[in-house]
Design a protein around this ligand. Structure first.
Ligand SMILES: [Zn+2]
Length: 283
């Protein structure tokens, strides 16, 4: 129910076809979630002010919530190329080109396989899925929508239901509140740091259309998985009570804590939409 802020970018080729991977089980995380640090304890694993936990998987493996998936040179190459370009024609007839991260083909397509910030409601998890990877005509649009395409998922729930912090797969440490206020209605944006193979990626998770924001959700605060950050509502989507949950990959070199105004967090120069199935934990 929200507009995407999109700017034109250069055209890029699309990714390679599906592949098969085998998985092994990771050993239990050792000393995971450690956030205190001293120079000596960090053993070279430092991200900003944080001391990172030891990796659970080998350097050439992808940590999928404890499953170590071999990546190999081919996937290393794919990871850097996995940012795809798509386009649509907006209601004013303009062709809008954007980059985004489609679902990794090795991950389940079924939305019910994943954990979300709200409980399933009436047997449903997702009522409107990610569609930026579809061809233009198949992307969501409607008379009342100002924008084309949907870069997140819409989760049905009752008004006032708690919205809880979800720890992403491969997350390092705990997420931080980047923004709490008016964006897509009342919105809380969290910053997640995720280990992908040998690399660390920063994602934003947007929780939109909240009835209200929890008093604990303040910019700069670290929030624990399971903590309540707000309550489901229809702010900015009058009459349609649901949670809009959107995950965005932050571009390299951008510190989202310093981005002002908040609307710029969802600008293509700061972050690009990502299929949330790439990072949500499995049920
Ligand atoms: Zn939505």
């Amino acid at each position: 129910m929200i507009p995407l802020l999109l700017v034109p970018v250069a055209w890029m080729p699309t990714r390679a076809a599906e592949r098969t991977v085998t998985v092994t089980t990771a050993p239990s995380p050792n000393n995971a979630r450690t956030t205190t640090d001293t120079a000596d304890d960090c053993a070279g694993r430092r991200y900003g002010a944080r001391c990172l936990p030891p990796p659970r998987c080998a350097r050439d493996e992808l940590d999928l919530d404890g499953l170590c998936v071999p990546t190999g040179a081919a996937m290393e190459e794919d990871r850097s190329a996995s940012l795809e370009t798509n386009a649509h024609v907006d209601r004013a007839g303009r062709r809008v080109v954007y980059e985004h991260l489609p679902r990794r083909p090795e991950l389940p397509a079924d939305y019910d396989r994943y954990v979300y910030p709200v409980e399933p409601w009436g047997g449903h998890t997702v009522t409107s899925g990610y569609d930026l990877d579809r061809r233009d005509e198949a992307q969501r649009r409607g008379q009342t929508l100002r924008a084309v395409g949907h870069g997140g998922v819409d989760l049905p729930q009752e008004r006032g239901a708690p919205v809880r912090v979800v720890s992403l797969r491969g997350e390092v440490g705990e997420p931080e509140v980047v923004f709490a206020g008016e964006l897509f209605g009342n919105t809380v944006v969290l910053r997640h740091v995720v280990r992908e193979g040998a690399a660390l990626q920063t994602y934003l998770a947007l929780h939109g259309h909240l009835q209200s924001i929890a008093t604990e959700a303040v910019k700069g605060v670290t929030v624990r998985p399971g903590a309540t950050i707000g309550f489901v509502g229809d702010s900015g989507a009058l009459g349609v009570v649901h949670l809009h949950y959107e995950v965005r990959l932050v571009r390299q070199g951008v510190d989202p804590m310093r981005v002002e105004p908040a609307q710029s967090l969802v600008g293509q120069e700061v972050s690009v939409p990502c299929d949330p199935r790439n990072v949500l934990p499995f049920r």
